[in-house]
Each structure stands twice: as C-alpha cells, then as structure tokens.
Design a protein around this ligand. Structure first.
Ligand code: FMN
Length: 210
C-alpha cells in the first residue's frame, strides 16, 4: 500500500489555488491507487511554531538529558518527520507570498531538517536520509517568475528537499493569477490540464514499472 502526504501551505487552506491544483493531482492519484493512503498536513490550520533557540536546543540535546518541555518539542518534530518518512509520494501546495514561500512552510522545514535524523554530515559532505520518494510541487503565483532570477522558490525548495534526500521533484506552475480575472482563469485552466497530463504520465510510468 502506497502512502501520499499532501502538505498544503496556502493561508486559504482548501480555497488556495495551490491547494486546488494539489487536490486535483491527489484525486487522480487516489483513482490510480485505490488502496493508497492519503495524509493531509494543512500548515494554515495547524501551524508549526517558529524555530527559536529553546526549540533548537531541544533538538540537539542528548535524549537522556532532555527536560519534559524539550521532549515535547522533539516529539512534535519527530511526528512530522515520521509522516514524511512514511510517504512514498509527497505533494506540496506552494503559494508565493511577498516573493517567498509561506512562513508556515519555512517553520515546517525548520522542524524536519534535523542533523542525524533527516540528514547527516560525512567526510564526503552531507547525506540526505529521506530517500526513495517522489515529490510534486504545485506553485501558484500572482505574477510571472518561473525561469527568471526572481523565482526564489524553485531553487530553494529543490535545494532543501534534496539536502534531506528528496531529489526527485516535479514542479508545476500556475502564474499570472493576480494580473486580471481573465489571466487567472486562463492560467488555472492551463494548470489543471497540466495536472491531468502529469497524473496520467505518472500512472503510465507506474504501470510500466509494475
Ligand atoms: C499576502 C500575499 C502576498 C502575495 N505576494 C505575492 C508576490 O510577492 N508575488 C506574486 O506574484 N504574487 C503574490 N501574491 C499572490 C499569490 O501568489 C496568489 O494569490 C496565489 O494564488 C497564492 O497561492 P494560494 O492561492 O494557494 O494561497 C500574494 C498574495 C498574498 C495573499
């Protein structure tokens, strides 16, 4: 049985354009994987706390030395990591806010990027430990950024996820959503068609591999 983890980070939860594209992909995945399990992590409804010095101290303290409060902080991070580890497929809804990723998603990344747990340093450099997963990113933007130096998200998401072992990443963009209503409709229509093509291609690739 395969597991898909959907991480949505729109402040509008299910109403976000990035979430709607992610949901469309997940619906197609469910059809292709009727026995599959889908886990949803909504970072707007259940935000992860910002990383601060106390929390970071808890992460790096030896297990036997942790205070009860530190154990709670680590248990939260461990649970998020366990969810990621269990996933064969990760679907990420990615809005663009003020030229960057949602702060809730950054806080989440700060909880799952843990030395010795999701990556480790070796003599040959860092090694990611969350391997063997496929990641699909559904990005929604008011303007046009893909392929330009102003796209701060694509290289960052690729770098961070690859660092923890998740380097097989597919990006799909819906852009120009704030230009006009017509531009939004056209862009979302194109993006929905691209989601359908992507889901179909993945389904065919899985059939060939099976
Ligand atoms: C607080 C906020 C900040 C935004 N900042 C940008 C921005 O810097 N650049 C841009 O092109 N669009 C920006 N937008 C437009 C969003 O990228 C667009 O509405 C997109 O659909 C957001 O994804 P979502 O619908 O999944 O939340 C912003 C929207 C909001 C609500």
């Amino acid at each position: 049985m395969k597991t898909l983890l959907k991480i949505q980070s729109s402040i509008f939860s299910g109403g976000g354009q990035s979430t709607q594209l992610a949901d469309r992909f997940v619906a197609a995945w469910r059809e292709a994987n009727p026995d599959g399990r889908v886990i949803v992590r909504d970072l707007a409804k259940e935000p992860v706390p910002h990383l601060d010095a106390a929390r970071f101290a808890a992460f790096i303290a030896k297990a036997e030395d942790r205070t009860p409060a530190q154990r709670d902080a680590v248990a939260h991070s461990d649970a998020l990591i366990a969810e990621l580890k269990a996933a064969d497929v990760v679907v990420l809804g990615l809005p663009l806010y003020n030229f960057g990723l949602p702060s809730t998603l950054k806080a989440y990344f700060d909880h799952v990027g843990r030395a010795g747990v999701t990556f480790r340093y070796t003599e040959n450099g860092p090694v990611g430990l969350l391997t063997g997963k496929k990641v699909y990113v559904f990005a929604a933007r008011g303007g046009f950024y893909a392929g330009t130096p102003n796209d701060t998200q694509t290289p960052y998401i690729r770098a961070f996820l690859s660092f923890i072992g998740m380097s097989d990443i597919e990006f799909l963009y819906a852009e120009g959503l704030a230009v006009s209503e017509a531009s939004k409709q056209q862009s979302m229509e194109r993006a929905r068609a691209a989601v359908d093509r992507l889901a179909e291609a993945e389904r065919e690739a899985e059939l060939v591999a099976a």
